[in-house]
Write a protein that binds this ligand. Structure first.
Ligand SMILES: NC(=O)c1ccc[n+]([C@@H]2O[C@H](COP(=O)([O-])OP(=O)(O)OC[C@H]3O[C@@H](n4cnc5c(N)ncnc54)[C@H](O)[C@@H]3O)[C@@H](O)[C@H]2O)c1
Length: 359
């Protein structure tokens, strides 16, 4: 295991990056801790066949920084971290490898808590938990929070209500037409909230089973052939709930919605897209603000999971989104920039408290 602590020379500003290797099981992992200003770093473990170590490192540095901002705005007393296991989970994943990884997480003595991400599942967290206390996203049988998409969808709905209030004066989607791209775990819960609230929903998915679910569960949903048909249709709100990069140079000019609020991570394909949205008069609620319900749900395990407490925290996404939209107006910047500023402010203000000597 190699460890280097940031001395200010690392341009990315991470506190600590840990390289872990266990030759016997084939484990190669990198744990990135961007910031512990607010508390132990929390973020999932991505198990992915990266083409190179450099690619794995770039990803973990980007993701751990993102988690610091997400956790800060979610109001959690948690910093930002993330881990990647480099390899094909289909071939490499084994009890031995996961437990070896768990021992490396344990060796950080709580500076980093792990969770699920692409390529890792609740059952994997249960295995990792046999070697470390610093793991969330476990199964309900093991005191875990279960399916995090429940509160992710609830948080997205709260963010959308805040955008509706900001733009139309009332915190409801009643009478609005919402286009949902992706009827997966989050998209399905979101659709339920929207219909309960009185919105009309149009949706799309590439998976026939997801469309069949919509037809039988909510026959009132209009289904369209693809995302292009969705975003060029007559919608008030666009909710990207499939993959990242939903907002790019091709899609933004076509958008007819006045609001974009969705669960997908990394919706802005590249820096500058937030400006394009602003120029087109489209209100964008930053993805990492509105989709924080999932991390709020798993983070609650650290205190001993309580669904109602976690739901109350996720409901606050309504207030945070409203605050960001007002700050954006006041400071004349896109909401994505305002959100970053608010996160940085909290990390600096709370982090500074450590300088008060406790005797
Ligand atoms: N699950 C969570 O708690 C959580 C938390 C934060 C962020 N997110 C993000 O939200 C998004 C959705 O997560 P999920 O857990 O529902 O994933 P999921 O895999 O259950 O659902 C994604 C759905 O999108 C569909 N899809 C894929 N490509 C599509 C396309 N081109 N057009 C239309 N539909 C397409 C898939 O068929 C699937 O039904 C992801 O980007 C995820 O990273 C999820």
């Amino acid at each position: 295991m190699g460890v280097f602590i940031n001395d200010g020379s690392d341009a990315d500003g991470h506190e600590q990056v840990v390289f872990c290797q266990d030759r016997h099981t084939g484990l190669r992992a990198i744990i990135g801790i961007y910031s512990t200003a607010l508390g132990p770093a929390l973020g999932g473990t991505r198990f992915y066949p990266y083409a190179s170590e450099e690619e794995a490192l770039t990803d973990v540095l980007r993701l751990s920084r993102g988690m610091a901002y997400k956790n800060a705005l979610a109001g959690l007393d948690l910093g930002g971290g993330k881990a990647v296991i480099w390899g094909d989970p289909g071939q490499l994943k084994s009890e031995g490898l996961l437990r070896a990884y768990g021992r490396f997480v344990e060796s950080l003595h709580g500076r980093y808590y792990t969770a699920c991400d692409v390529g890792t599942y609740v059952a994997d967290m249960d295995v990792i938990a046999r070697e470390t206390r610093f793991v969330t996203g476990r199964s309900v049988e093991h005191g875990g929070a279960g399916d995090s998409s429940i509160l992710t969808a609830w948080g997205v709905f709260q963010g959308m209500r805040a955008a509706a209030e900001h733009l139309w004066g009332s915190p409801t989607l009643a009478g609005r037409r919402v286009g949902v791209a992706g009827l997966g775990k989050v998209g399905r819960y979101l659709v339920a909230h929207l219909i309960d609230d009185g919105a009309s929903v149009v949706a799309t998915d590439v998976n026939e089973a997801a469309l069949a679910w919509a037809r039988t569960t909510y026959p009132q949903i209009d289904l369209v052939s693809d995302t292009n048909a969705l975003i060029t249709g007559d919608i008030d709100v666009y909710a990207p709930c499939a993959l990242g990069g939903a907002l790019d140079d091709d899609t933004v000019p076509l958008l007819r919605a006045k609001v974009v609020t969705g669960a997908a991570n990394n919706q802005l394909a590249h820096p500058g897209i937030e400006k394009m949205l602003e120029e087109r008069g489209i209100l964008y609620t930053p993805d990492y603000v509105v989709n924080a319900g999932g991390v709020i749900q798993v983070a609650d395990e650290i205190e001993g999971f309580n669904f109602e407490r976690a739901k109350l925290r996720a409901t606050k996404i309504f207030d945070t989104t409203g605050q960001i939209l007002r700050l954006a107006d006041d400071e004349g910047v896109p909401p994505a920039v305002a959100a970053d500023r608010l996160a940085e402010r909290r990390m600096a203000e709370v982090g500074r408290l450590r300088t008060i000597y406790l005797g």
